[in-house]
Design a binder for this molecule. Structure first.
Ligand code: G3P
Ligand code: MG
Length: 248
């Protein structure tokens, strides 16, 4: 009998980056709906706090690039965001999209049968890690029971704090490059998943990670050919703007 060689991701290992952000405005409900329409099971989304403590889904520290408004999240409250159009910058068909809260997003994801990789962004205006992580926890606790969650961050302190609050959740350390002491850093969180920029992938890392039972997902890859040699070596999953390309 021949051993099967993995040559692509399983369906539940394709994560729509900021939703299906190739076809809809990133981190909006429209982008999450588009991910579901493409057959994705997971979406990646970014969260941060407004000045009033509302936890919202947005990548940048300002609303300038992805909405009709301007200003830093550290100077805006929820009522300010309700005035902003987060869709027209992407296409006129998306006029009226809003910057959603994590809580409203999780409600919609529950309805769509989607699971969420919640990436915690750390910004200077955040008053404390405790405020940030307890806001994440509160939103997660309001989700539908069938919605699976994983947490990711470039900030190991945020992951460690979330792990203390929600020890059952998968914690994924985000890196652009693999640090020399990567195993020690994961153990300190503790985390058993790496989300790595695809250009930093190597056969050596995948081999070692597989031996240790550590998952490795690659971001942000929109062209499946880029990852072909890495699947048989143990790559776990992909985070992509264009899930359709991987879901065939
Ligand atoms: O989760 C992978 C990716 O989202 C990390 O980078 O800047 O797109 O949040 P960024
Ligand atoms: Mg992200």
């Amino acid at each position: 009998m021949t051993a099967s060689v993995k040559n692509g991701p399983a369906r539940d290992e394709v994560q729509a980056h900021r939703g299906a952000s190739a076809v809809a405005p990133e981190n909006t409900l429209a982008a999450f709906r588009a991910a579901a329409e493409q057959g994705a099971k997971w979406v990646e989304l970014d969260v941060a706090l407004l000045v009033d403590g509302t936890l919202v889904v947005i990548h940048d520290v300002t609303v300038d690039r992805t909405s009709s408004g301007t200003g830093s999240l550290g100077g805006l409250n929820r009522a300010d965001l309700e005035q902003l159009d987060a869709g027209s910058w992407f296409g006129t068909g998306f006029a009226g999209e809003r910057i959603p809260t994590l809580e409203e997003t999780l409600k919609v994801l529950g309805e769509l049968g989607l699971n969420a990789n919640v990436e915690i962004k750390q910004h200077e205006h955040h008053r404390s890690l405790e405020q940030l992580t307890s806001a994440v926890q509160a939103a997660l606790r309001a989700r539908a029971a069938h919605t699976q969650i994983m947490i990711s961050s470039f900030d190991p302190q945020a992951l460690a704090a979330m792990h203390r609050l929600e020890p059952e959740l998968e914690m994924a350390m985000l890196w652009s490059q693999v640090p020399a002491d990567w195993q020690a850093q994961l153990e300190a969180i503790p985390a058993k998943t790496i989300h790595l920029h695809y250009k930093a992938l190597s056969m050596g890392l995948l081999e070692e990670a597989s031996k240790l039972g550590i998952k490795v997902r690659a971001w942000t890859v929109n062209e499946p050919a880029i990852l072909l040699s890495f699947w048989p070596a143990g790559l776990t999953g992909v985070i992509t703007d264009n899930p359709a390309a991987f879901l065939g």
